[in-house]
Design a protein around this ligand. Structure first.
Ligand code: WQD
Length: 334
């Protein structure tokens, strides 16, 4: 069985490709490398001993997709490809809508043409918007977001739902991620964003490595126990394994299912910084700064549906999340 992994050279995509190869699947990766490096393919091979087929191309290019689906028998698709920087999306909304929506539309047209009926989509907790109470449950309205990036997730969930409605034999799983962090135990894969990281853990790692001077904690006056925001951080390897469970489930369950992938627990920014220092023995200098626009005080998951439907729950703890994130940066210090 061949699985097409769009954006498979990226952070979550590469970890998922490793799990797929180790589970015996054949993997085809298409990635335009706009936020990933080609040598990730070599590292996937080094970890697994198996090399995925790789196409350096955009998912929004119908000719490239035609080429891929003609050359490989694609049994299912895991769709990660998309721009994902929240702040950047506020500065470049058109690029985000064009890229993130065209990729999905072109992919679905190719799947329709070649009779591929199984898709797992990389969605996000951001679709729950600003007004739902925590912990988020999949039955809550997921119809708004606070950035063009988040809106592309809401719109893609709508596109996929309407696509499935006219293909009764299709299976679509919308995986709503919370905050994935950490890296592969080998130290060969991790969160390696271009430029200055937007997200907390990669920023903490670069401060710990001396590549950035200090961390600014965006706000310590929130209505939370220590005043800093609460998030549901989960290990990227746990998240990757959730995709294989979703793939299995989609194989026997037509229709659309939205499923949260998180730990069901919340951790504050300060708690994460302290956990990182304890796990690594490395100090992380920080200062308190003003709140960041769009941040919510609390975001965390009710993940009982993932347990019930997929038999999935996280297994790796915060100490391993921190240690593996640091291990990756140490091995790849610029
Ligand atoms: C976490 C906490 C910040 C950086 C985003 C997207 C979401 C998903 C995950 C893709 C917040 C604080 C951060 C820093 C800080 N991405 N922080 N100083 O915003 O919860 O979620 O990434 O799917 O869609 O919205 O993650 O890591 O950016 O922030 O204090 O330098 O860390 O204020 O409270 P976030 P994050």
């Amino acid at each position: 069985m061949s699985i097409l992994v769009t954006g498979g050279a990226g952070y979550i995509g590469s970890h998922t490709a490793v799990e797929l190869l180790q589970a015996g699947y054949d993997v085809v990766i298409v990635d335009n490398l706009s936020n990933a490096r080609a040598d990730v393919i070599d590292r996937i091979e080094k970890i697994t001993g198996r090399r995925p087929a790789f196409y350096h191309a955009s998912c929004a290019d119908p000719k490239e997709l035609e080429r891929i689906f003609s050359r490989h028998t694609i049994d299912a698709v895991i769709h990660f490809a998309g721009f994902k920087a929240v702040g950047e999306s506020c500065r470049k909304p058109l690029q985000y809508y064009r890229n993130n929506l065209d990729s999905t539309l072109c992919l679905l047209e190719a799947m329709e043409r070649f009779g591929c009926r199984r898709l797992v989509f990389s969605s996000s907790a951001t679709v729950y918007g600003m007004n739902n109470p925590v912990p988020y449950v999949e039955t809550m309205p997921a119809l708004s977001s606070s950035s063009p990036y988040g809106w592309t997730k809401v719109m893609n969930e709508r596109i996929l739902t309407d696509y499935a409605a006219v293909h009764p034999d299709a299976s679509v799983i919308l995986l709503r991620y919370f905050n994935p962090i950490g890296g592969h135990a080998s130290g060969l894969l991790g969160d390696d964003p271009n430029g200055i990281p937007n997200n907390l853990m990669p920023y903490v790692c670069r401060v710990a490595a001396g590549q950035l001077e200090k961390l600014t904690i965006f706000g310590n006056d929130y209505p939370t126990p220590d005043g800093t925001c609460l998030r549901d951080y989960l290990h990227v390897v746990d998240l990757a394994k959730g995709h294989l469970r979703a793939l299995d489930y989609a194989g026997t369950h037509p229709g659309v299912e939205a499923i949260n992938l998180g730990t069901g627990k919340s951790v504050s920014v300060l708690e994460l910084v302290r956990a990182f220092q304890n796990a690594t023995g490395v100090r992380v200098p920080y200062v308190m700064g003003p709140r960041r626009d769009g941040d919510l005080p609390e975001v965390w998951a009710d993940c009982s549906k993932a347990k019930r439907l997929l038999g999935w729950q996280t297994e790796l703890d915060m100490e391993e999340m921190c240690r593996s994130a640091w291990n990756f940066v140490k091995r790849h210090e610029a």
